[in-house]
Each structure stands twice: as C-alpha cells, then as structure tokens.
Write a protein that binds this ligand. Structure first.
Ligand code: A3P
Length: 285
C-alpha cells in the first residue's frame, strides 16, 4: 500500500479502480462496434480521444449521430470506463451511449475482460517515450496538487512503478505483445506528432472509415484543443484535474529540459531489462 494506491496484479491503482475493473470484467459486454482507447496516463490520451471522435464525426462511412456536440472537449465526448461507467457512482450509462461507443481506459490489458479481444471490438493503445511521459506526469503533480515534489523523488517513484497505473514499462509491454492481434492498433505519441496525417489515416483505416484527414488533424491540433479547453473555463475532469491542465506543452523531447543524463540512463536500463526479448525498445519512439 502506498498512501492512496494499492498494488493489484502487479499494478498500482487507487482502490476504486480495482473495484471498477472487477465490475468491468463482470458487467461490461463489448459490442463489435465498440472502440476502446487505452493508455498509460500522460501519453496522449486526450489527443487520441479527440482524434477518434473527430475521425468519426467527419466519417463518410460510419454514421455517428453525435455531430450535434460541436464542442470538441475530448473529456466530455469519450467517457472513462473505470470511473464514469463502472465506478462506484457512474455518471453515464453504457446502454445510453450511441454507437459506435468510444471509451477510454488506463487499465492494463490484463485487467480488461478477455471478450475485449474476442468480440470484434477495437482497441487503440497510445504510448509515449517514458522520459516525456514522466516529465508530463511530474508537471501534473506539481500543477494539480501545488505540492513541490522534487523531480528526483518523483522519478524514483516512476522507476519503481509507484505511479497511477504503474509500472509504465509493464503497461506498455502488455499492449505491445497484443499489437499484432486483429482489432488492436498500437500507436505512439511521437509518430502522431511526426506524421499526423499519415497516422490519422491509419486510425481511420483501422476503424474502417473514410474521414477528412486534414480537417481532423487541424481540429485536434494542440493549439485548437487547448483553446477549446480554455473556453470551458474551470471545467473539471472526473479526476479533479482542470481540463486545461491536459494541455501543457505538447512536444516531443521536453525531457531534455528536466532529466539528467543519469536519469535517462536509468530509464534505458529499466527498458532494456523489462522489455528484453519482446522486440520492444526505446527506439520505437
Ligand atoms: P505535456 O505535458 O508533455 O505537454 P494525457 O492526455 O494522456 O493526459 O497526456 C497529456 C499530454 O499530451 C500533455 O503532454 C499534453 O500537453 C499533450 N497533448 C494534449 N493534447 C495534445 C495535442 N493535441 N497534440 C499534442 N500533444 C497533446
């Protein structure tokens, strides 16, 4: 037990997430049209939510009757599976969401029902270099809680895996190992940043739809989403985090401004040790 978080099947979560993951395994029946956006926190979740929603909204092949929602607030349009749908006080009901249903989760693959892989539903996993993921998380801690956690202290926790949904390395590995299965798309934040059009097209193809790629990329740009989040003022996400805090810098490589070479070496060593033999390494980022 770490303050608020407990370790369950190898991963650190607040107890409510564990309860919810059990409820999900017991009561969530994936539909073939369901789309599950999975991620470790701070790897581009919000961006992927916006992109998926926008791809569907501008699709000529999938009918989506949610176009009336013109505010592109990713948190409003893509509910969080383990809190908003299967938490203790769910604010949304899976049966009332129009199809295709799009959900978001931070649960590792091993916490989701096996039917997610066999029902024909689609899983998109987004991940990001651990150094930038950590830096983004550390800023969130500081901004959100106003606590000045030293970077070294936060880094040690990240390396030990004692962070929400941690350890990062195992979380990524589970989805990496499933990446070639039908119905699974494994994406990185870096490839989306590097080639947004190509990767939006990849997501759309995976979802089986034709979409307006350039429009989607523009609509979901960092500037546009950040602007929209400011309009919602002090709007707050289920976790208590203000919407606008999901948009900080939005770049690749910000770790260089925060981590020492020794810290980077430590991440490389952990990746090498934990990912050995899997074909996964830091060069994918
Ligand atoms: P930084 O803190 O490095 O800026 P999540 O949504 O998983 O919590 O991830 C948040 C990270 O994604 C933040 O990273 C945030 O700035 C970045 N982000 C959010 N929207 C983005 C966008 N449209 N394009 C690029 N990065 C985005």
């Amino acid at each position: 037990v770490d303050g608020q978080r407990i370790r369950h099947k190898g991963f650190w979560f607040k107890p409510e997430f564990i309860t919810a993951s059990e409820a999900i395994r017991a009561h969530y029946t994936p539909l073939p049209s369901d789309i599950i956006l999975a991620s470790f926190p701070k790897t581009g979740t919000t961006w992927l939510k916006a992109l998926t929603f926008s791809i569907l909204r501008h699709s000529s092949t999938i009918h989506d009757d949610r176009d009336h929602l013109d505010n592109l607030n990713p948190h409003e349009v893509v509910p969080f599976l383990e809190i908003e749908l299967f938490g203790e006080n769910p604010s949304k009901d899976t049966t009332k969401i129009s199809c295709p249903r799009v959900f978001n989760t931070h649960l590792p693959l091993s916490f989701l029902p096996d039917t997610v892989m066999t029902s024909g539903s689609k899983v998109i996993y987004i991940t990001r270099h651990p150094a930038d993921t950590f830096v983004s998380l550390w800023h969130l801690y500081n901004n959100k809680f106003g606590t000045e956690i030293s970077i070294q202290e936060a880094f040690d926790d990240f390396c030990k895996g004692i962070v929400p949904a941690g350890p990062y390395f195992e979380h990524v590995l589970e989805f990496w190992e499933a990446r070639d299965r039908d119905g699974v798309l494994f994406l990185t934040y870096e490839e989306l940043k590097g080639k947004p059009e190509e990767n939006v097209k990849r997501i759309a193809d995976f979802l089986g739809c034709k979409t307006m790629v350039e429009k989607v990329v523009k609509e979901c740009s960092f500037e546009n989403l950040r602007g929209a989040s400011k309009e919602t003022g002090e709007g707050v996400h289920w976790s208590g985090t203000k919407y606008k805090m999901f948009f900080r810098k939005g770049v690749v490589g910000d770790w260089k401004n925060h981590l020492t070479q020794e810290m980077m070496k430590e991440l490389e060593d952990i990746a090498e040790m934990k990912w050995r033999g899997s074909g996964l390494d830091l060069n994918i980022f």
